[in-house]
Write a protein that binds this ligand. Structure first.
Ligand code: ATP
Ligand code: MG
Length: 649
């Protein structure tokens, strides 16, 4: 326990670090009340910070039954103009927009000013135009984590094309499926990507995908200089095609509800959905959430370690920071290359002020010991963030104590591809924190907990997390399949957006995400979130990571099956098995005693680092033939090893 923490488990917001912050608890309460009671005025006020070609007069116009969601619908704007051009026009062309840190620590750092960003985006936009891209066309972006990825997104936005970014780690099958699903005729890619010293054959993957689907043209960035095949008439080098394009390109006036991008969800629960976001609401939402959640101050360096292939990268590497004229760091590499201190070395090197990462990275780095952290000067850091999965309290404390020196606020931000931006979090100036709890609803957000029958649960309770009112950044549909949108999110509980996540609200009104509802297990009539059992396991000093699923059990209905990854220097043994079972018993209670402990060096994860419990459930059930869609798995080899391990039990 640190000094800042009292016995009740609260961690006080660190007053020293919040001087100058705009938002106190009283501000939060007043703004939150206004965002609900006088929603249109509140959101019109937020929208005012953007440049509109035509100001919106209709603010919210939505219904969850039937499902139709519109915000700022008669407004006209261009999000690229707002993220780039307006800052240059206001005299900030010389401020740094992006800092690029390459995979190789000895490689060349790029610092891109807003004026340079404008020129680069124009160059890309005119190149896309030259290829025939027009307003409304879908452009697939399959790029490494280099600034040109962001240029391509902004260039699409500039000319009114809809971008669909595919994470650079995906396979040809995954590319083909997504290109086909949104009928995209153009692909922007690079010769190769670089991650952890390894070359990723991006262009070759695109070529393999194009054996299955066809497109009109492929634009290829020369990045590593690696050898690639170019198909005449279809494939173009970016440096060649862009050589003679014009140096100006007006921003296309867009209706607020014109589509901005399609993004396929990470696929933790099944076939990825092409989530569609539109222009005006998404711009207002990412601008507002970024400013409040990260308490961004002029001149600070903000680093979100996500990939631009995920919504986190869209909202908090590209749009949110740039709409706020922030300096965003873009990192090509991985946390453990060339060594486990890479994140902290980069924080030191670029004097990062705000650092935003995922629990999976925190757990992995925690496993390697604190020496990697303490050897770097992290005094520039002011705020830490977490996103992507529930963060186990043990990992939260390590993050807070070791990286944050027991002083820095942590924002644990709960949100989804479908929500466009942060929905539940503490705000750094306003809220005390509780390790493992995401915190309180952001402005305009009305969470509601319901039981399986749809009965609303009040006060301190645990249930399924729904949102009862729309917010500007809400996804509008699943591209080309509005029925699937309605079915997935609005049919379980009519008139509400159902998140798919389980959640507990405590007596202080703090929200604790317990995991996906599909992952809740029922042992002898007791409902239990898998996150709870996992956190208990991770609390044990020898455990690095754990994933828990239910399996059919003759007596209990469901039994508890635990996959456990031990720390680097620990060997599995029967004693340890017994110890871990006793440990969970002690932490949660006898009802949570694991039935099976399955030690494994790795867990199946999505490319975004999330544990795929869907597959673990099938393995625990001995249902190895029906593992479902595994195309978004980071390392399919892990699954084979687990199946083998299960057979031998
Ligand atoms: P799919 O919808 O295809 O199964 P996915 O849900 O993993 O994929 P994302 O939209 O990237 O795709 O992830 C959102 C989910 O991640 C949330 O629904 C929640 O389960 C989890 N999540 C994100 N942030 C947090 C957080 N701070 N705390 C707890 N869970 C979180
Ligand atoms: Mg999801």
């Amino acid at each position: 326990m640190t000094e800042a923490e009292d016995r009740s488990g609260w961690v006080k917001r660190p007053t020293a670090a919040i001087e100058g912050t705009g938002c106190t608890l009283e501000d939060y309460q007043a703004l939150y009340a206004r965002s609900i009671e006088d929603s249109d005025t509140f959101w019109a006020g937020q929208a005012d910070r953007l440049d509109w070609i035509k100001d919106p007069t209709v603010i919210a116009n939505w219904s969850y039954d039937p499902v139709s969601i519109k915000w700022f619908e008669d407004g006209v704007l261009n999000i690229c103009h707002n993220a780039v051009d307006r800052h240059v026009a206001a005299g900030h062309g010389a401020s740094t927009a992006l800092i690029f840190e390459p995979d190789d620590p000895a490689g060349e750092v790029r610092r891109i000013t807003y004026a340079e960003l404008q020129a680069e985006v124009i160059r890309m936009a005119n190149t896309l135009r030259k290829m025939g891209v027009t307003k409304g066309d879908r452009v697939t972006i399959y790029m490494p984590m280099v600034p040109e990825g962001a240029f391509a997104m902004l260039a699409c936005a500039r000319i009114g094309a809809i971008h669909s970014v595919i994470f650079g780690g995906f396979s040809p099958e995954a590319i083909a499926g997504r290109v086909e699903d949104c009928r995209s005729d153009w692909i922007v890619t690079a010769d190769e990507g670089l991650r952890g010293g390894k070359r990723i054959p991006l262009k070759a993957n695109v070529d393999a995908a194009l054996d299955k689907v066809s497109v009109k043209a492929v634009l290829v960035l020369r990045h590593t200089g690696g050898e690639v095949a170019m198909t005449a008439g279809r494939d173009h080098w970016y440096h060649e095609l862009s050589a003679d394009v014009a140096a100006d390109c007006p921003c296309e006036p867009m209706q607020a509800e014109d589509p901005l991008f399609i993004l396929y969800t990470s696929g933790s629960t099944g076939k990825p959905k092409g989530v569609l976001h539109t222009t005006g609401g998404y711009a207002v939402w990412t601008e507002t959430t970024f400013r409040h959640v990260f308490d961004y101050r002029e001149g600070e360096v903000f680093w979100c370690t996500a990939d631009i292939g995920w919504v986190t990268g869209h909202s908090y590497i590209v749009y949110g920071p740039l709409l706020n004229r922030a300096t965003a760091l873009m990192f090509e590499g991985v946390p453990n290359y060339p060594d486990h201190d890479r994140f902290w070395q980069v924080c030191d090197k670029h004097q990062v002020n705000i650092f935003y990462t995922a629990p999976t990275a925190i757990r992995a780095l925690m496993r390697e010991g604190e020496g990697h952290v303490t050897k770097h000067d992290l005094s520039s850091l002011r705020l830490l963030g977490s996103v992507g999965e529930p963060i186990n309290p043990e990992a939260w404390r390590w993050y807070h104590d070791t990286v944050g020196k027991g002083e820095l606020p942590i924002v644990d931000t709960w949100w989804q591809t479908e929500t466009g931006g942060v929905m539940i979090t503490t705000l750094p100036g306003a809220h005390d924190m509780k390790p493992g709890s995401a915190g309180r609803p952001f402005f305009g957000i009305c969470p509601q907990l319901v039981d399986a029958e749809g009965e609303v649960l009040d006060g301190a309770a645990e249930g399924n997390l729904c949102i009862t009112r729309s917010w500007p950044g809400q996804a509008r549909t699943v591209y080309g399949d509005h029925d699937r949108f309605v079915q997935t999110y609005f049919s379980t509980y009519s008139g509400k957006y159902f998140t798919g996540d389980g959640c507990r609200r405590d007596e202080d009104g703090y929200y604790w995400i317990t995991g996906r509802v599909d992952d809740v297990i029922n042992v002898s009539g007791h409902r239990m979130g898998t996150a709870e059992v996992e956190s208990a396991l991770v609390l044990h000093p020898n455990v690095s990571e754990a994933a828990v699923v239910g399996f059919p059990h003759d007596i209990k209905g469901q039994g508890i099956y635990c996959y456990v990854t031990l720390n680097a220097d620990v060997a599995e043994s029967e004693d340890l098995t017994a110890e871990l079972r006793a440990h969970v018993r002690k932490e949660i209670g006898p009802i949570a005693t694991p039935d099976h402990l399955h030690f494994t060096p790795g867990l199946p994860k999505t490319r975004s680092g999330k544990i795929m419990r869907r597959i673990l459930r099938k393995i625990a059930e001995n249902d190895h033939g029906a593992l479902g869609d595994t195309s978004t798995l980071a390392d399919p080899g892990v699954v084979d090893a687990l199946v083998e391990g299960r057979r031998n039990r």
